[in-house]
Ligand binder design. Structure first.
Ligand SMILES: *[C@@H]1O[C@H](CO)[C@@H](O)[C@H](O)[C@H]1NC(C)=O
Ligand SMILES: *[C@@H]1O[C@H](CO)[C@@H](O)[C@H](O)[C@H]1NC(C)=O
Ligand SMILES: *[C@@H]1O[C@H](CO)[C@@H](O)[C@H](O)[C@H]1NC(C)=O
Ligand SMILES: *[C@@H]1O[C@H](CO)[C@@H](O)[C@H](O)[C@H]1NC(C)=O
Length: 258
């Protein structure tokens, strides 16, 4: 029997949803264009999408570049000055569900989508599990984290070094999501360290030179999360909003004034 499944199917909302990733999709990275209200979505399996301010179904923008499929999307951010959307692919290869990805696979990519030309282009290639990305508040650079490369790269969008990239932070362990803090020049980074019984996550603030500027000392955050792995944190109005991969809640953590 043939069953037809797409993202609207009720099958996608149950426990089998994750097994039907290629039909149901998985929104891995989201960010708003604050000026237009468009919500951009990096869907891990189905490509780049957008939801209009009125809501409703997401509309596909692209799932390939120059005929090559874009796969395993993860992080996404919108340049607050131009509306250009940056998003990452962990690897350009496909692997069966639940299979470990080979360490020699260094095919992560940073893409950009320009809404004014409606074209997706490759910004950086050969990345080692590119997870998160974040654009600086004046649009001068975009950061991309390499989960397996244990570092964060900076790609210059504007200024004398435009078009080139450099190390931003090479001391961080397994960096995952990166979020700019409002209109500041600082970023929250969730990172993880594997140890023999699991993963020990932490969140740090990096300044525009890639230096750690505030330690959350937030062991309690991770403890209260139990076994739920943190997917990202975002600071807004003195609170940290905490998303998880497996929990069905958003955590809110009131930050003390620095
Ligand atoms: C943008 O901000 C950076 C600091 O993050 C600064 O060095 C740079 O000069 C600024 N660029 C512009 C065009 O304002
Ligand atoms: C993160 O917080 C900022 C405010 O600091 C807000 O403008 C932005 O929309 C938030 N991002 C998401 C994905 O919620
Ligand atoms: C996890 O990290 C915290 C803070 O760095 C540390 O105190 C704790 O010992 C670590 N736990 C494990 C199991 O590595
Ligand atoms: C920001 O937080 C303060 C104190 O918690 C609250 O009074 C205020 O309404 C909040 N502002 C916004 C825009 O949410």
């Amino acid at each position: 029997m043939l069953i037809s499944v797409d993202a609207k199917s009720s099958l996608c909302h149950g426990i089998v949803g994750p097994l039907l990733l290629g039909f149901c999709g998985r929104p891995a990275g989201i960010a708003l264009n604050e000026k237009t209200g468009d919500l951009y979505v990096a869907d891990a399996a189905l490509g780049l999408h957008v939801v209009s301010p009125a809501g409703g179904l997401a509309v596909k923008i692209a799932d390939s570049v120059d005929g090559k499929p874009i796969k395993n999307l993860d992080g996404l951010d919108v340049d607050p000055t131009t509306g250009v959307v940056y998003f990452t692919s962990l690897t350009s290869n496909s692997y069966p569900v639940n299979r470990d990805w080979p360490l020699e696979d260094v095919t992560g990519t940073l893409y950009k989508y320009d809404p004014s030309t409606k074209v997706v282009t490759i910004v950086m290639e050969g990345l080692f599990r590119s997870t998160g990305c974040a654009v600086s508040s004046n649009g001068s650079f975009v950061l991309v984290s390499q989960l397996a490369g244990h570092d964060i790269k900076r790609y210059w969008i504007k200024g004398p070094k435009a078009g080139s990239s450099e190390d931003f932070n090479i001391l961080i362990n397994s960096p995952e999501s990166i979020r700019r803090i409002g209109s500041t020049e600082k970023f929250w980074v969730v990172s993880a360290m594997s140890y023999s019984y699991g993963v020990n996550q932490s969140a740090v603030v990096l300044d525009s030179n890639g230096r750690e500027s505030r330690d959350l000392q937030g062991v309690s955050i991770w403890e209260e999360n139990g076994d739920n792995l943190v997917s990202e944190v975002n600071e807004s109005n003195g609170s940290l909003y905490i998303g998880t991969f497996t929990g069905n809640y958003v955590g809110i953590y009131k930050l003390c004034k620095p």
